[in-house]
Design a protein around this ligand. Structure first.
Ligand code: C2E
Ligand code: MG
Ligand code: MG
Ligand code: MG
Length: 275
């Protein structure tokens, strides 16, 4: 009764907001359930060199929802980052990735592949993140140079010293880092100077219009030459066609990822792709 006409707090929310809040609450609850019921899967997208040979893959999480089907990370990672579930989810991703790298050791077709795993700020900032990874390495004795961690620049803004310390601890055992979505965050050059990273991933937004946008061509050329001058490897994301590939090569890029070489697929399809 009082909810309908009184000064109940609920009345201060408009109906849309209430709806989106309860939607959000149920998303949080569903994510909890998804962890308990093992509803996450990893997809793998191939990364290639200048000769189109597979050099590795990026692991991309999917949520196999019992009613809604396959859900892509853009629809749930932000929520998991906010409610903290990204920590257990991210640990599952890392463990699954380590298992996969270990399984790849069994075949000469796959035993050289480097697997790149996306790591959220919230994960990386846990004080025991490095120890968690080191523990996984005890369970899964993989060549550590075959695990790469992708971080994004925007997420590191606060407490960069603590983050660098964690990264160095992992560097010390051979794990390398890539800076994802390079060029779209803040303070790129500050990060570039300070972070112990090994690779830049040129964001897809610069690759997309390479054909028509002279400025994008200039930006890509500049990123590649700066990266190489700093001794960093570069990979272009989101390569969809031959023209983009040609333009990227022309700017000095030699590592690529995108639909042109393969969409993210489940492990069975991925391994089949290499046969
Ligand atoms: P990202 O790390 O930048 O991954 C690249 C995204 O671009 C992937 O989207 C991939 O499917 C898509 N992509 C690759 N090649 C092409 C292309 O040629 N054209 C187009 N249009 N798209 C392409 P996806 O799988 O939906 O993942 C989105 C984002 O979700 C990722 O962006 C990453 O930031 C995040 N993410 C994915 N998996 C994880 C995870 O395990 N943990 C965390 N924390 N974040 C994840
Ligand atoms: Mg990534
Ligand atoms: Mg990216
Ligand atoms: Mg992205």
């Amino acid at each position: 009764q009082s909810k309908k006409n009184g000064r109940n707090q609920l009345n201060f929310f408009d109906p849309n907001m209430q709806r989106s809040m309860s939607k959000r609450a149920s998303l949080d609850a569903e994510l909890h359930r998804a962890i308990d019921h093992h509803e996450f899967v990893l997809y793998y997208q191939v990364q290639v060199d200048n000769w189109r040979q597979a050099i590795g893959a990026e692991a991309l999480i999917r949520w196999q929802h019992p009613e809604l089907g396959l859900i892509t990370p853009n629809d749930f990672i932000y929520a998991a980052e906010e409610n903290g579930l990204i920590v257990p989810i991210g640990l599952w991703v890392l463990e699954t990735a380590c298992q996969q790298i270990l399984a790849w050791q069994d075949s000469p077709l796959t035993q050289h592949l480097v697997l790149a795993v996306n790591v959220s700020a919230r994960q990386l900032k846990q004080t025991d993140f490095a120890d968690q990874v080191l523990n996984l390495l005890k369970l899964y004795p993989i060549p550590t140079n075959q695990l790469k961690l992708e971080i994004t620049e925007g997420m590191l803004l606060d407490d960069i010293d603590a983050t660098i310390a964690i990264m160095r601890k992992l560097n010390a055992v051979g794990i390398r880092f890539a800076l994802d979505d390079f060029g779209v965050g803040y303070s790129s050059l500050q990060y570039l100077k300070r972070l112990p990273i090994e690779q830049l991933k040129i964001d897809r937004s610069f690759v997309q219009d390479l054909e028509d946008d002279e400025h994008d061509r200039t930006i890509v050329r500049t990123i590649v030459s700066m990266a190489h001058s700093l001794g960093l490897d570069v990979i272009a994301e989101g390569v969809e066609n031959e023209l983009q590939l040609r333009l990227l090569r022309n700017k000095g890029c030699v590592h690529f990822q995108g639909y042109l070489f393969g969409k993210p697929v489940d492990i069975r399809q991925f391994n089949a792709l290499l046969m």
